[in-house]
Design a protein around this ligand. Structure first.
Ligand SMILES: [Zn+2]
Ligand SMILES: [Zn+2]
Length: 276
């Protein structure tokens, strides 16, 4: 079994609209690509910040700029016009847990993906004035804050999958790296995922980013596997071409780390299936 659950039907580029991308024809392009690449379990997980309902949760300028779609209509579209599993990528924003839980509770998802993109008002993956690296003094601080937030996200109980678990490395050598062994940062996050009973995502999206590496780093994946955290596999595709991108490399890494089973989701119930 191969999965791709962390998938966006609509690219992040400005000007793309739900009317153009939340269509049966566009979904079909993804299904065809999945079939070609041997992905049996395909689901979509649009960014929560794309939906107007997200502004009841958080009013960050980036969200205000992006929140234009109707969440109910997205859910209805996926359920009624496609065979895709229904998911959503919902940020963990400290202090908004109750509001985000209310938003998520309104729909019957197959899975909810939790992401840490923001630390306070600042982002780990946006290269503009909101970039956390322009506001923090040290790599140690950024990494510590990122992995603390990751642990907290797992412990909210809102999520089935913790996405791109070491996203903080996205810029690669273009940002400073902490001098400590990264395992120091990974460990509490892995413990939290284990305690919360959530799956950790292995994402090939990092291969397409400046860091040029799968999320997470091998050392973090090994820790998760040793601890017994279930592993989910996705590409974070924003186009059909990126579906299952780099899976050969992911399968090699997963195999090396002793992962034999992969998490599969339906109506927020997880089961494990043989990987491959
Ligand atoms: Zn993300
Ligand atoms: Zn995503």
């Amino acid at each position: 079994m191969l999965t791709d659950y962390h998938v966006h039907l609509r690219p992040d580029d400005p000007g793309t609209t739900a009317a153009n991308y939340f269509t049966a024809a566009n979904a079909e392009r993804y299904c065809e690509s999945a079939e070609e690449r041997g992905v049996k379990e395909l689901g979509v997980s649009e960014h929560v910040h794309r939906f107007t309902a997200a502004l009841d949760v958080w009013e960050h300028p980036f969200w205000r700029k992006n929140a234009v779609d109707d969440l109910d209509r997205y859910v209805e579209f996926v359920r009624e016009e496609t065979d895709l599993r229904l998911g959503i990528e919902a940020d963990y924003i400290r202090g908004t847990e109750d509001k985000m839980a209310n938003l998520l509770d309104r729909h019957d998802w197959d899975y909810v993906i939790g992401s840490v993109h923001f630390l306070g008002e600042h982002a780990v993956d946006i290269d503009d004035q909101t970039d956390v690296w322009r506001h923090e003094s040290s790599a140690e601080r950024v990494w510590a804050r990122y992995f603390e937030a990751l642990a907290q996200s797992a412990l909210t109980g809102m999520y089935d999958i913790i996405a791109h678990p070491d996203l903080v490395k996205i810029w690669g050598s273009a940002r400073p790296a902490p001098s400590r062994d990264p395992q120091y940062y990974y460990e509490p996050a892995i413990e939290a995922m284990l305690e919360a009973g959530v799956a950790m995502e292995v994402s090939t999206a990092g291969l397409r980013k400046p860091v040029g590496e799968i999320y997470p780093a091998r050392a973090m994946l090994e820790m998760a596997v040793d601890a017994g955290v279930p592993i989910a596999l996705s590409s974070d595709a924003h186009t059909p071409e990126h579906l299952a991108f780099g899976y050969e490399q992911a399968l090699e890494l997963l195999g090396d780390c002793g992962v034999r089973q992969i998490a599969v989701f339906e109506k927020r119930r997880r089961r494990m299936e043989p990987l491959g």
